[in-house]
Each structure stands twice: as structure tokens, then as C-alpha cells.
Ligand binder design. Sequence first.
Ligand code: NAP
Length: 256
Amino acid sequence: MHEAAFAALGLDHHYRALDVNPSELPAAVAALRLPDVLGANVTIPHKVRVHDLVDARTPAAEAIGAVNTVVRTGAGLEGDNTDAEGFLAAAAELGLEPEGATCVVLGGGGAARAVVWGLASAGARVRVHNRNRARAADLQRSMAAHGRVELVAEGGLETAVATADLLVNATSVGMHGADAGSPLPEAWLPTAGAVIDLVYRPAETLLLRRAGAAGLRVQNGLPMLVHQGAASARRWLGVDPPLAVMRAAAEAALRS
Ligand code: NAP
């Protein structure tokens, strides 16, 4: 999607995927200081370590505790995180207004941290649940300063989900190559709220299929993927990238 955006903008830039071993990470980040580099995206498992290898971090990267975008500026390397911005832009496509909404977020990893921070900063009441409860409790503690973030009480998940305006799956359950099931038992769905699954491969997870069959508004992870990518490109280029071009390229790549 980045190559498609560069071509549409008439830029002779290239986006390359680098397979970086953890032991090679400091050298890979140092290489981003070369003058012909605009920046980089960072993905699993490097998002947290890169945080300490850049010269400065944006408030989003600081609060989330992870970097998914590096920008080479005149002052060095700046670590940013565009996942929250991408998530909120995607949620807006679904008609979700976070201010005052009650949201349940499943997960305790990097994606959950970005979603919780984004929703809480935008004025939502966020309730967090994760398989590893201690990890969810850590997340809740570190996000509490940014808004209304609560831990779902033990035994309270079914009711929390039923009454949610928005349910977000930020676990890897349902992802191609991971646990193909659903993060929730079959009957546990919001009564009237929307459901967003951050997984984009497959395009329809079991959770989304059940939610769609129940008549709920649903969205997979593709809109967030495109919006977080567009936000990264905006940081590197200083202009708005063509969103429709990026979306079409991402959809084509996922179909192939
Ligand atoms: P991560 O840091 O590895 O976290 C994985 C999460 O999934 C943890 O909360 C983990 O729970 C949970 N989990 C894994 N297997 C589970 C199982 N069998 N049952 C219940 N929970 C399980 O990964 P991440 O970076 O947060 O990414 C999470 C998902 O979001 C992935 O599918 C990723 O592709 C997606 N994502 C999408 C976008 C997008 O733009 N659409 C952006 C970022 C991430 P424990 O803590 O208990 O292990």
C-alpha cells in the first residue's frame, strides 16, 4: 500500500520489508539514520525495544509504550505510534463516536494498549479483559491516567460484552496461523453495539461472522491497517497520502 501511495504521488520512494533478527535490531535502527531514509514501520516483535533505540518519542508512543513508526527528522530518529490514530479513524468509518461510549477491549498486548489509549483519550469508558489477567491489570494501571479505564471484574465479562457499545478483539485469536477460534463463547455478543476485530487475515473471523449474523455492525482489521499506514506515510512525507489507493492495494495484496 505504501508503494502504491508513492507511485500515485509521483515519488521515487520505495518501501522495503526487512526481516530483522532481534540481535540485529540496533544495527537496523542505526541504518535508518542514513540520509536517503525517510523512516520505517516496526512490527512484532520489535515494537517495544525500538522505543529505547530512538532519540525521541511522541506522546502516543510514550503512552502506549511501543513504537510502530520511526521518522528521521533533523534532530535524529523520532519514535511514533500510529495504531491508536488508525484505530479511531477506522472506528469512525463504522459511525462510532468514542466520547461517552462504553467499550470492551479483549487483549493485553501492543495492539490492545494502542486501542485502549486511543479510546480512553477520546473520552470512552474502556473495560479491559485479557487471558493473562496480570497483563490486563498492568495495562489498566498504566492507562488509568489517560481516561476511564477499568478491568472487567472476574466473572463479569459476559455482562460487560452484552452492554458494550463497542467490542474490540485485540487478541491474535482468529488470525491466520494463530488460534482459529473466537475469543468469546458463541452467545457472548453486544446486544446492540458494534464489533471490531483487529484481525484482517482472514477477512471474516468467527467472531465477526457471529456478530454479523446477529445483525451487529462489524469491521475487520483492514481499515485500521490502512489508516495506521496512511498516518505513518503522512509523518514521512509531510502530505496526506491517497487513502483509496492504499486501501485498494492492501485489499489486492490480501486477496493474492
Ligand atoms: P501480542 O502483543 O502478541 O498480543 C497477543 C494477544 O493475544 C495477547 O493479549 C494474548 O493474551 C492474546 N492471545 C493469544 N492467543 C490467545 C488465546 N488462545 N486465547 C486468548 N488470548 C490469546 O500481539 P499484538 O501486537 O497485540 O496483536 C494482536 C492482534 O492485533 C494480532 O492479530 C495483530 O495482527 C492485530 N493487529 C492488527 C492491527 C491492524 O492494523 N489491523 C494492528 C496491530 C495489531 P495473553 O496476554 O494472555 O498471552
